[in-house]
Design a protein around this ligand. Structure first.
Ligand code: FAD
Length: 480
């Protein structure tokens, strides 16, 4: 073997949700060898698809904004631009027992629950926030008092406070003003950009299942490997004195891979369970990020519920809002004529509904939905599903930037690209595309795409060992 021979650096990616797949594509395009290890039975994570009977759609609701430039560019690269569909959608507002349309400034003008002065304050306050450029400063300011200062007591108690209670639960008290800033900025961003210069929301025909099919095809065509049902239980550095040539050892239930680097895309709680580091500051920061969990009832209906894609709710309700997906996506092309409704409940990790049976969850949700939509009858519901995830939405608490994990970890060659890195923005795949690109770039600065093929390159390249039964007994489970 000549000294000029090289081999591709081998990078393992932990998690094959959207972020892991984008990292994989970045690295494969740059000439790395990539293996994805996924705890679940299929790639997809929070964007995975669900068979709803006659059709498949996303397990959780997703839409694309015209301003999602990084995501749209990725979709274009995947050959999906011609599968993008854009729809003008309506927004509803359920307050004091009544459902109102609140899509346009004209709707706001007719909205009976606020005086003209309050409406003016709502409009001007929103405009003011949308023009603030520095979200970092807002991270130091508690959300509630700041919102009340800007909008006044009436608008705050009638609209914002109940919305915060809905979206953040008890965590609204620890959230910073950057939460509202990020939400309003994302919504306003669609007004300035986009193909139609109109407020339309988008989706890919077939949903994220289509996106994943194309990601999967692009990754495997470039030689990337995806191993599912493989929860990682340990990520350790081999850099110092272990005598191994690979720098990082990844252990899962029945595999051990020594590789040149890794990108972890799992949530912080999972990372805390497997990253082998003594850096207490680092692990404390990981554990200080608070996540909201999600319990989501999904209904397949025989008739539409409303004209609204999103209905915000400002009274006590077991769910946070109503997302009627089929007011965005075509019932003809996508859902075989069915109507698809999501009832999300963003909630704390220890919510008893996480362990309740599905009928009990529905029994908690049903009266409120029928109160909001009295014409809904049991016979209108074809199928019902409940999806639950404990670590979904990192809460932008005071000073959040100081605890958000950086791309680099204390372990040489190990990087993180996860949702906790979204700073002052809502959870969305445009941000995750950028976070994935940033982590890939950071890794590329430290680890070249090819390394010399040394005499022991067969070990350095990767060692795949099937562990004995006793070792398997130590293996934990992936996502919690
Ligand atoms: C209700 C809801 C609505 C949303 N709406 C929108 C929207 O309208 N627009 C938008 O752009 N985005 C939306 N999002 C956000 C979008 O779904 C996320 O940005 C995206 O799914 C995050 O992907 P990820 O890969 O970072 O994380 P995840 O999808 O959580 O992927 C992490 C992966 O890591 C795996 N994993 C965890 N632990 C281990 C382990 N130990 N070993 C191996 N694998 C492991 C998990 O199984 C998972 O597959 C929404 C999300 C939700 C929940």
């Amino acid at each position: 073997m000549s000294h000029s021979e090289t081999r591709a650096s081998h990078i393992v990616i932990v998690g094959s949700g959207f972020t892991g797949m984008v990292c994989a594509l970045d690295l494969l395009k740059a000439g790395y060898r990539v293996t994805l290890l996924e705890a679940g039975r299929e790639p997809g994570g929070l964007t995975s698809g669900q068979n709803f009977g006659d059709f498949t759609w996303d397990r959780f609701y997703h839409c694309i904004l015209t301003s999602d430039a990084s995501l749209l560019s990725l979709l274009d690269e995947l050959g999906l631009s011609n599968k993008l569909r854009w729809t003008a959608t309506e927004v509803g507002f359920f307050s004091h027992g009544k459902l109102y349309k609140l899509t346009s400034p004209l709707d706001l003008l007719h909205f009976p629950l606020l005086s003209l002065l309050d409406k003016l304050r709502l409009g001007l306050g929103t405009l003011y926030i949308s023009h603030l450029s520095n979200g970092r400063k807002l991270e130091e300011i508690p959300l509630g008092p700041w919102t009340q200062r800007i909008f006044g007591k009436k608008v705050y108690t009638e609209m914002w406070e109940p919305l915060f209670r809905c979206k953040l639960g008890e965590m609204r008290h620890s959230a910073s003003a950057a939460f509202l800033w990020g939400t309003i900025r994302r919504l306003y961003s669609t007004r300035e950009n986009g193909p139609q210069k109109q407020e339309k929301l988008g989706y890919v025909a077939g949903g994220y299942t289509t996106v994943f099919k194309n990601l999967y095809a692009s990754i495997t065509a470039r030689g990337g490997e995806i191993m599912t049902s493989t929860p990682v239980t340990s990520v350790a550095s081999l850099a110092n004195g272990s005598g191994q040539s690979g720098r990082v050892r990844i252990t899962s239930a029945n595999k051990q891979i020594d590789c040149d680097g890794a990108i972890i895309t799992a949530p912080n709680r999972a990372i805390l369970g497997f990253l082998q580091t003594d850096d207490v500051t680092y692990t404390e920061n990981l554990s200080r990020v608070q996540y909201l969990g999600l319990i989501c009832v999904v209904l397949v209906l025989k008739k539409p519920l409303s004209e609204f894609y999103v209905t915000n709710i400002t009274e006590e309700s077991p769910f946070t809002g109503i997302i009627e997906m089929t007011n965005l996506i075509s019932t003809v092309d996508e859902t075989a004529g069915h109507h698809l409704v999501y009832l999300p409940r963003y909630t704390q990790f220890d919510d008893p509904l996480f362990s309740a049976d599905e009928d009990s969850v529905w029994a908690t949700f049903e009266p409120a939905l029928k109160h909001m939509h009295p014409s809904l009858e049991d016979a209108d519901i074809s199928r019902r599903f409940v999806f639950r995830e404990r670590s979904v939405q990192p809460v932008p608490t005071l000073g959040y930037s100081r605890i958000a994990p950086p791309a680099a970890t204390p372990l040489a060659g190990v990087y993180v690209a996860n949702t906790a890195q979204i700073i002052n923005n809502t959870l969305n795949n445009n941000a995750m595309t950028e976070i994935a690109h940033a982590a890939s770039r950071r890794l590329m600065q430290d680890i070249p795409p090819t390394l010399p093929a040394t005499a022991n390159s067969s070990q350095a390249d990767s060692i795949l060992v099937t562990l004995s039964e006793q070792q398997i007994a130590f293996a934990g489970g992936g996502r919690s």
